[in-house]
Design a protein around this ligand. Structure first.
Ligand SMILES: [Zn+2]
Length: 305
C-alpha cells in the first residue's frame, strides 16, 4: 500500500496521538516558548498502520523500515552516499513486513523516520538511542544535542509510534484477536569488516515457546544459514518493542532478522516472505497459537511495494 502523505494512520489512532504539528503552538503552561516542531504539517506522521482490519492472530511491527528525515533537520549532515546506508534504515525490511502482512492478512505497524533520529527499537536512556556515528561514519546532526533537542525527538518521533503500537495491541489483545507479535528487521552482510554467515536470525530473550519453535522451523529449512540470536541477541539495552510490547504483556513474541543482501529485489523479498510464512505457520501450530487461515486470494492480489 503506498504511503499516503500526512498521517495515514486511522482516525481513531490519530485521535489518541495527535501529530506533533497538531499541537497548539506558542507556549507552554509555564509561559516558556515551545520549541519549533520538528515535523511540519505537510510531513507524514511517524506512525503508519496497514491492514488494521486483518483477521490474523499475528501482528507485525517494522521499527526500522523508514528512511525519512524531518525537513527541518535534513539528513543530519550525512553525505549523499551514506543517506541510504544500513545504519540509516533496515534495507528491504518494510517490503518484507508488508509481504508477510498480506500473506497472513495481519496488521502491520511501522515507523516512517530514520532510526538515526532516535531509534524506535531502543529505550531513550541508552547511549545508542541517538547515535553519534553509524558503523564509523560520523552523524554530525546527532552531536552535541541539548537535553531539549533529545527530548523533542522522543516526544515527536519515538513516543507517538510506541503509544500507537501499545494502543493497537491493547485493543486487539482485549478482543482476543492478536495472539503473537512479530517484528521484522534486516541486517548488513558485513559489520565492521566481519562477514555474517547467517541469512536470517530468530531473536528472542524471554519468550519461552514461539521463538524456539520458529528457530527450529527455520533451521530445518536452512540449516546453519539460520541463526539463533544471531547476529545479535534481544535484550532491554538493545531492544524496546519485544521486551516492552511483547514480553511485558506476556504475548508470544519474536524478532526476525534477514540479511539485507537477500532483500535487494522483489524476488528476494517474495522468496523470504514465503519461507518465513511457512516457518511461522509451522511454529504457531507446534505451540498451539491460533492465527487463522492464510490470506488466500488477498495474498494473490497484493501489490508488491
Ligand atoms: Zn532493525
Amino acid at each position: 500500500m503506498p504511503e499516503s502523505p500526512t498521517r495515514s494512520a486511522p482516525d481513531r489512532l490519530r485521535d489518541r496521538e495527535p501529530a506533533p504539528h497538531d499541537r497548539p503552538a506558542g507556549g507552554t503552561p509555564s509561559g516558556a516558548v515551545a520549541p519549533t516542531p520538528l515535523l511540519q504539517p505537510h510531513e507524514p506522521h511517524p506512525f503508519a498502520a496497514e491492514n488494521l482490519a486483518g483477521a490474523s492472530g499475528l501482528l507485525f511491527v517494522c521499527e526500522h523500515g523508514g528512511k525519512r528525515f524531518p525537513e527541518r533537520l535534513g539528513p543530519l549532515g550525512l553525505a549523499p552516499e551514506h543517506q541510504e546506508a544500513h545504519f540509516v534504515w533496515d534495507i528491504g525490511a518494510l517490503e518484507l513486513a508488508r509481504s508477510l502482512s498480506r500473506a497472513f492478512d495481519a496488521p502491520l505497524l511501522h515507523q516512517r523516520y530514520s532510526r538515526l533520529l532516535c531509534d524506535p527499537n531502543r529505550r531513550p536512556d541508552v547511549p545508542s538511542y541517538i547515535p553519534a556515528e553509524g558503523e564509523g561514519v560520523p552523524v554530525p546532526g546527532n552531536r552535541d544535542l541539548s537535553d531539549a533537542e533529545r527530548a523533542q525527538r522522543t516526544e515527536e518521533i519515538w513516543r507517538p509510534f510506541h503509544r500507537a503500537v501499545a494502543a493497537e495491541l491493547d485493543r486487539r489483545c482485549a478482543q482476543g484477536r492478536t495472539r503473537a507479535l512479530v517484528t521484522v528487521h534486516s541486517f548488513t552482510p558485513r559489520f565492521h569488516g566481519v562477514a555474517r554467515p547467517w541469512e536470517m536470525g530468530v531473536l528472542y530473550d524471554r519468550d519461552p515457546a514461539l521463538s524456539p519453535a520458529l528457530y527450529d522451523a527455520m533451521a530445518r529449512r536452512l540449516g546453519d544459514r539460520a541463526g539463533r540470536n544471531e547476529p545479535y541477541a534481544v535484550g532491554p539495552e538493545t531492544d524496546y518493542t519485544i521486551p516492552v510490547h511483547g514480553e511485558q504483556r506476556g504475548l508470544p513474541c519474536v524478532e526476525i532478522e534477514v540479511r539485507n543482501d537477500q532483500l535487494r529485489d522483489a524476488a528476494g523479498v517474495a522468496r523470504w516472505s514465503e519461507t518465513l510464512a511457512a516457518g511461522l505457520r509451522e511454529a504457531c501450530a507446534a505451540v498451539g497459537i491460533e492465527i487463522g487461515q492464510p490470506a488466500g486470494s488477498r495474498q494473490q492480489q497484493g501489490k508488491r511495494a
